[in-house]
Design a protein around this ligand. Structure first.
Ligand code: SF4
Length: 337
């Protein structure tokens, strides 16, 4: 399989008064063309910092190291010019709130045209036609009318469709969608997810979906990376992670979603809160909230950061529990829920 995106040992650190903020601390994953990887975690887990780094949008204060390869292009260390070009031609981002990415006083049509012409030398007539086609393609009932509208005249769902049209204007091979449907009601959410899946089938794009919503993951993704405090604590196929979850944090996450089809569930069932990224606990960052640390010998959870190790084919976790202890703990955990 062709890996369109490959990320190796990515670190995104921010120097701050309270210490070095390790927003992302050793993240590794890959995504094939036509596939969707969901990066799941609470806020502050590093999922958004990682996606911004992939687009080269992490800001000047961030110290980024490791490797990000998108369609063979190296992102870490690339010039602003190269990054801008890649953002127009290979990758595009879809934000949770399209209003933040749109100009409030420009008509929708002009904005799509502008996005398109930034990277294509075409006449304004051809660009307008392209904008209308895209608005039609993302399911606007009256593309001409949307073209003439201002952002505030559209509903949240329509704005998200416009955002997708803008992202598609350059046929990106990678779409990064950050909580694309969180602000929408359930029916509209389902329509937008269907649209993304359709477009993915049509264009063969790789999608990285940043979300806290396991319902959306079940619906959309092929693979999942569960992030906690800047690290992926469990990675694998949706099937493995949902049906054979192997990390204590993932057990907690899944427990907070009584039904996978209930989209709006928040990740609140695990007692405690994530650690401050500038003051991570020694050893495993999840230890202060983990009910299983006592089952690991020599207090290793408090001294050693667990390395990623395989628990199945393409299924890995970062946890010190032995396999025997893990099955026992999982059974205990299941019995208590
Ligand atoms: Fe819990 Fe220890 Fe595993 Fe961390 S390494 S998740 S503290 S058992």
């Amino acid at each position: 399989a062709v890996m369109f995106v490959s990320v190796r040992d990515l670190k995104v650190h921010f120097p701050a008064e309270e210490g070095l903020i390790r927003a992302v601390d050793g993240l590794t994953f890959s995504v094939e063309s036509g596939k969707t990887l969901a990066i799941v975690g609470e806020s502050g887990s590093g999922k958004t910092a990682a996606s911004l780094a992939m687009l080269g949008l992490h800001g000047p204060r961030a110290q980024v190291s490791g490797e990000i390869s998108i369609g063979g292009e190296q992102i870490v260390g690339a010039s602003q010019t190269t990054l801008r070009q890649l953002r127009g031609e290979r990758m595009a981002m879809i934000f949770q709130d399209p209003l933040t990415a749109m100009h409030p006083y420009h008509r929708i049509g002009e904005q799509i045209i502008e996005a398109y012409r930034a990277h294509h030398r075409v006449s304004s007539k051809a660009a307008s036609q392209r904008a209308l086609d895209l608005l039609d393609r993302v399911g606007m009932a009256d593309p001409r009318r949307t073209f003439e509208s201002y952002p505030h005249q559209l509903s949240g769902g329509m704005r998200q469709r416009v955002m997708i049209a803008m992202a598609l204007s350059c046929d990106p091979q990678l779409l990064i969608a950050d909580e694309p449907t969180t602000a929408l009601d359930v029916t509209v959410q389902a329509q937008i997810l269907d649209l993304l899946k359709d477009l993915q089938r049509e264009f063969g794009s790789a999608i990285i979906l940043i979300t806290h919503d396991l319902g959306v993951v079940a619906e959309m993704a092929d693979d999942v990376a569960v992030m906690y405090a800047g690290r992926a604590v469990e990675t694998g196929s949706v099937r493995d992670v949902f049906y054979r979850p192997s990390h204590p944090y993932t057990w907690g996450l899944l427990e907070s979603v009584p039904r996978l089809d209930l989209h709006r569930e928040r990740l609140t069932a695990i007692p405690g809160s994530p650690p401050a990224l500038a003051a991570l606990p020694r050893g495993c960052a999840f230890r202060p909230r983990c009910a299983f640390a006592a089952q690991v010998a020599d207090g290793r959870c408090a001294s050693d950061i667990p390395n990623a190790h395989d628990v199945g084919e393409n299924h890995a976790i970062r946890c010190h529990l032995s396999e025997a202890a893990r099955s026992e703990a999982r059974a205990l955990h299941a019995a208590s829920t």
